[in-house]
Design a protein around this ligand. Structure first.
Ligand code: ZN
Length: 193
């Protein structure tokens, strides 16, 4: 298969997963770009094509199951598992920490591929890696659709991002878009501030 970065970017833009403008991020910072992974993953044909990049990357590795943190990682994990013809389970945050529920099991000695949609700090993926190991199983790798860590995230296992998107954000006082009086939008709402 092998998609180019330009092709993946085209899928993001076509599905409005990647928006250009002036956005208020949840952190309070401003950005000229907003990325909502669910917008591209709602289209099975694009989910399949992008996840094929991830499954291909790990095709030579011994993997018993695919696991993902809920909710973000579920679609990517499922699609990668489907393409690799492996079982898929997900972990959910129960109070402070991730657990597997619903009768899912992490089997000691098995090898798990951890999947996620977007990695920024890598917190959820690291927690699932720790959960797999705490159950006596092994981590075969980490696969995610988008790396937004500006190349900083390193899980110490074989890892693959289908796409890297650099995050550029500004403190409100220093925002060049504010200086140009471009109306700011809070993603997910129709309100303009
Ligand atoms: Zn601004």
């Amino acid at each position: 298969m092998n998609l180019t970065k330009e092709q993946i970017l085209e899928f993001f833009q076509k599905t409005h997963a990647l928006l250009e403008g002036h956005f208020l991020l949840t952190s309070g910072r401003h950005s000229n770009q907003y990325f909502q992974c669910a917008k591209v993953l709602q289209h099975p044909e694009y989910a399949e094509k992008i996840c094929a990049e991830l499954s291909l990357y790990f095709s030579e590795d011994k993997i018993d199951k695919v696991i993902a943190p809920a909710m973000g990682g579920i679609i990517v994990g499922w699609e990668v598992a489907r393409l690799m013809k492996k079982q898929f389970i997900f972990a959910e945050r129960e109070k402070e920490r991730f657990e597997v529920r619903r009768g899912f099991e992490i089997i000691p000695g098995e090898r798990y591929l951890v999947c996620e949609d977007v990695v920024t700090t890598g917190g959820s993926v690291q927690e699932v890696i720790d959960l797999v190991r705490a159950n006596g199983a092994e981590v075969a790798g980490a696969a995610f659709l988008v790396d937004r860590s500006n190349g900083k995230v390193d899980f110490g296992v074989k890892q693959k991002a289908a796409m890297t998107l650099e995050v550029i954000s500004y403190l409100p006082d220093e925002c060049p878009l504010c200086k140009k009086n471009i109306p700011i939008v809070k993603p997910g709402s129709r309100k303009i501030f």
